[in-house]
Design a protein around this ligand. Structure first.
Ligand SMILES: Nc1ncnc2c1ncn2[C@@H]1O[C@H](COP(=O)(O)OP(=O)(O)OP(=O)(O)O)[C@@H](O)[C@H]1O
Length: 870
């Protein structure tokens, strides 16, 4: 796999070396022209200090929380992994589709319309890669050394470097040499003195509009904190980014040549097969890739805002802190970035990523605070909990090794638990007078959203007392440990609808103006759904949700297909099941044609966790692929189509075997000949069926090569007009696809049409099973895993599960709301008023907690802090 790192990393990390699934690592250095645009990139700092060991960071995760997925700019993904063992997941595999019973021609034309614009975006569950994949990056030096000078480069040195690395890369591509050789070569070149600290600062695009003399004093943070009226760092970043991408030349010079995909020349597009075109077997990749025109459109980077950067900066300075902000201010996005940075800084096993609930933990790739702490349900007093920790060696070790403790959705943690965590840390780490025993604590959340759940407290005499929960900000540990508390102000989720942002902000504080009330009442109108996707209904209880979804499914009519998850992991079944109950991917998912579903994984920037779609049918991979090739290449002969289809199948098969990305271009005729077993099941019928005698006659009788592979062989067209030839070709293709379908042995998966958030465009995708893992960071042992379709029914969802989600179309019924903050959480999931329907709006349902209000008055925004700073 080659993945261009995110733009921000380019600015901050400078030199990239990453492991690819092809088994080697690549050094990606911006070309000289690009460096001109990135003048403040201190390209060589990571190699200058030879004592500084490069840091390994897990980055290649395929989990839904990978910030790289969110940040965009990744352009090529790999395939790989075996699909074996998962193929029998669908217990209703043999259930026929109604169109299977139609005539081949009818069936094909129906499929054809179903498949319009379709794309395979996901391959097998084994797409999941081993957790050992790592990337080598330089540390985020701007932040770790805030006063660092910005370096310049010398262009001839860059060129030399590029030459050296290119040569090393070539060797690697040919299987000669090692990554260490590549690194050493670059290191030895980069040892030359290359710093020119002044000029870069003056010219750096990121710093334009700033008082550079001020910036020079403290480059890293002051440079980011633009003054009122000055151009923002973000827009500069975006401009630079656009500029970088507007260049058709490869951005990075060292991408292995054979892995770059060029669109076919325009004049050939109709006639010849774009062998590496949008269909990419075994990949969820954005179609085409890095160098194609389409890649540019698909790349949408998320750049942290100034206030987000500020918080990140504090985190990297080692501050214990709380950051908050209203719904949609990008807390989760920021937290993911901080987690990544801190892991890079401290190494594996030292950053504890936790959250108050399993679901919240799921969103950031962590575990619950209770699991991390090893305190079971957390009942009992501090000495009892310490005893529990001491009894478990693994947990004990974890407390000792942890350098940073991250807790997301802190609003749902009880203050007593927070005090107990502090007590445990001090005791186990033998630092009784230091908050959390010296662990850096970063907590995040919004106390205006879901509050802690009141829990029964066990008294020493064994009786239970239902005690009112306390907020964490009321705890002693909070006061002692957290030295900074910051509010993020910029709302991203509803940006573009300022009135709605203001309404939600008031609502958050329990205020509803007359205008807002009448506006919310106006929003009771049903939403217009031109794409047939109805709004997701949010309910307070799980019971209401299941009822609503099941009812809708039953009403659909037609046959149901059931997909049952395959679960694994080393935890005991009871514990495992408790974890699994928090997974968004259900144990069993019941689907029907026309069922409304939500994608629960980030694939690329148009298909993300939260995308809504409708099931159009169920289809196996072979038929889907074959049909798609035909749709996209209407004038291609059957022989060429067959050959392209065969190549895709072989590429897929090879990628499964080798766990490497295999592109269609790499499949030669010889490889096709050598792989008859991958093709026979589908192609054998050609030998037997007399309707295909024409095809057979055209086949070069190469031994082992299935029929139809000699595209140069002429079709016998004596005395046949062009129109007739086209008709014949079409007919032969229709017959061919129906044969493929008949012979296909693969599992049938849902073909889902996903709508864009505005409902104006759609994208049809074959959804295949995905894998989710929770691993023990230190040992890399898989604790819990689930393989399931990355889908859930999406007519209804609980408010609880909706926390953290961004929903393009949502219907909220406030009649049964009973908890502080519920109304706010539900309503703030919407992106804009156009996509929100509010039923039974009552002002009295909008409630907030007095203590929260008071607490927030004491917090600072980043602007306040910047003022204090100057
Ligand atoms: N810097 C940014 N630039 C552009 N979009 C952003 C940025 N930060 C966050 N977003 C987008 O804003 C939306 C909300 O982000 P996120 O879920 O992180 O907010 P949140 O504060 O955690 O919300 P909630 O409290 O509701 O869980 C997402 O769609 C995210 O992609």
């Amino acid at each position: 796999m080659i993945r261009i790192l995110k733009y921000r990393q380019i600015l901050h990390r400078k030199v990239f070396v990453r492991t690819m699934s092809t088994g080697y690592q690549a050094l990606l250095i911006p070309s000289k022209e690009k460096l001109d645009l990135l003048q403040n990139v201190d390209l060589f700092s990571s190699f200058q200090d030879s004592s500084q060991e490069p840091i390994y960071v897990d980055t290649d995760s395929d989990d839904p929380f990978d910030p790289a997925d969110l940040v965009g700019l990744e352009t090529l993904r790999s395939s790989g992994g075996s699909f074996e063992g998962q193929k029998r997941m669908n217990s209703a595999a043999s259930m026929p589709l109604n169109w299977l019973h139609s005539s081949p021609r009818q069936a094909t034309s129906r499929r054809s319309s179903q498949l319009k614009g379709a794309q395979i975006v996901k391959r097998s569950p084994q797409h999941h890669r081993t957790p050992t994949k790592r990337r080598l990056v330089s540390p985020p030096s701007i932040y770790s050394t805030p006063q660092a000078e910005i370096s310049d480069y010398e262009s001839d040195l860059v060129e030399k470097l590029v030459d050296v690395t290119s040569a090393a890369m070539n060797q690697l591509n040919q299987g000669i040499g090692e990554v260490s050789a590549l690194l050493n070569a670059v290191k030895s070149e980069a040892d030359a003195p290359i710093l020119k600290s002044e000029s870069a600062l003056d010219r750096a695009p990121m710093l334009e509009g700033l008082d550079t003399s001020k910036a020079k004093k403290s480059v890293s943070f002051n440079a980011m904190a633009t003054q009122p009226g000055e151009s923002s760092v973000d827009s500069k970043d975006v401009d630079t980014f656009k500029e970088l991408n507007s260049n058709k030349r490869p951005w990075f010079m060292l991408l292995p040549k054979e892995r770059t995909i060029k669109p076919p020349p325009a004049q050939n597009r109709q006639k010849s097969a774009p062998l590496n075109a949008t269909i990419q077997l075994a990949t969820q990749a954005v179609p085409n890739s890095l160098l194609s025109e389409s890649a540019e459109k698909l790349v949408k980077p998320i750049l942290l805002s100034q206030e987000q950067e500020y918080v990140r900066h504090l985190a990297l300075q080692g501050k214990s802190m709380f950051f908050t902000g209203s719904a949609g201010t990008g807390k989760s996005v920021l937290l993911r970035q901080i987690i990544k940075d801190l892991k890079a800084l401290h190494g594996p096993g030292t950053v504890a990523v936790t959250a108050s609930t399993g679901l919240a933990a799921y969103h950031i790739g962590g575990i619950t605070v209770h699991s991390f702490a090893g305190i079971g349900l957390g009942k009992g007093d501090l000495p009892a909990l310490i005893k529990l920790v001491r009894r478990n060696r693994k947990v004990f070790r974890r407390w000792k090794d942890t350098k940073v403790l991250i807790i997301d959705e802190i609003s749902m943690i009880d203050g007593r638990l927070f005090d107990n965590l502090d007590g445990i840390a001090r005791e186990i780490r033998r630092k009784k007078n230091t908050p959390f025993g010296g662990i850096q604590v970063i907590v995040c959340g919004d106390f205006y959203q879901l509050p802690p759940v009141s829990k029964a407290q066990i008294n020493p005499d064994g009786t239970e007392l239902k005690e009112q929960s306390r907020f964490t900000f009321e705890s002693e540990a909070w006061k002692n440990a957290l030295t900074s508390s910051i509010i993020l102000k910029q709302v991203f989720r509803q940006q573009g609808d300022q009135t709605f942002i203001d309404m939600l902000n008031d609502l958050r504080h329990g205020r509803v103006s007359e205008e807002a009330e009448s506006e919310f009442r106006r929003l009771s109108r049903p939403l217009v759904c031109p794409d047939g996707i109805v709004p997701t209904e949010l309910y307070s209880t799980r019971y209401e949700v299941e009822n609503a979804n099941n009812l809708k499914l039953v009403r659909l009519g037609g046959s149901t297909r059931v997909y049952e998850a395959k679960d694994g992991g080393s935890l005991p079944p009871a514990v495992k099941n408790a974890w699994l109950s928090n997974f968004l991917a259900p144990k069993k998912i019941f689907l029907k044609e026309n069922a409304q579903v939500m994608c629960i994984k980030n694939f690329d920037d148009t298909l993300v966790n939260g995308s809504l779609g409708r099931v159009k049918g169920f289809i196996d991979r072979d038929t889907y692929l074959c049909q798609k090739i035909m749709d996209e290449n209407p004038s291609m002969s059957l022989e060429e189509t067959t050959k392209l289809f065969a190549k895709h199948r072989v590429a897929y098969s090879l990628s499964q075997k080798t766990n490497h990305d295999v592109l269609i271009d790499e499949i030669t005729d010889d490889m096709l000949k050598a792989a008859p077993e991958q093709l026979d099941s589908v192609f054998n019928f050609l030998h037997e069926d007399k309707d295909f005698s024409q095809l057979l006659q055209n086949i070069d009788s190469n031994e082992g090569l299935p029929t139809g592979f000699d595209s140069s062989a002429p079709i016998e067209v004596n005395d046949v007009t062009d129109d007739e030839l086209i008709r014949q070709n079409k007919r032969r293709k229709l017959d061919f696809i129906s044969k493929v379908e008949e012979m296909a042995k693969g599992e049938k998966y849902p073909l889902v049409e996903f709508s864009s958030p505005d409902g104006l465009s759609s994208r049809t995708v074959l959804i295949e099973p995905e894998r989710w893992d929770i691993t023990d960071e230190a040992t890399e042992e898989v604790l819990v895993s689930r393989v399931q379709l990355p889908l859930m029914l999406a007519w209804a969802m609980s408010i609880h599960k909706s926390q953290g989600q961004t929903l393009p179309k949502v219907k909220v019924d406030l009649s049964r709301i009973f908890e502080n903050g519920h109304a706010y959480v539900a309503l703030s999931r919407a992106v804009a008023r156009e996509g929100l329907q509010v039923v039974n709006f009552k002002t009295e349902k909008v409630t907030t907690h007095g203590a929260v209000e008071k607490f927030y008055e004491s917090l600072s925004t980043t602007e306040d802090l910047a003022k204090d700073h100057t």
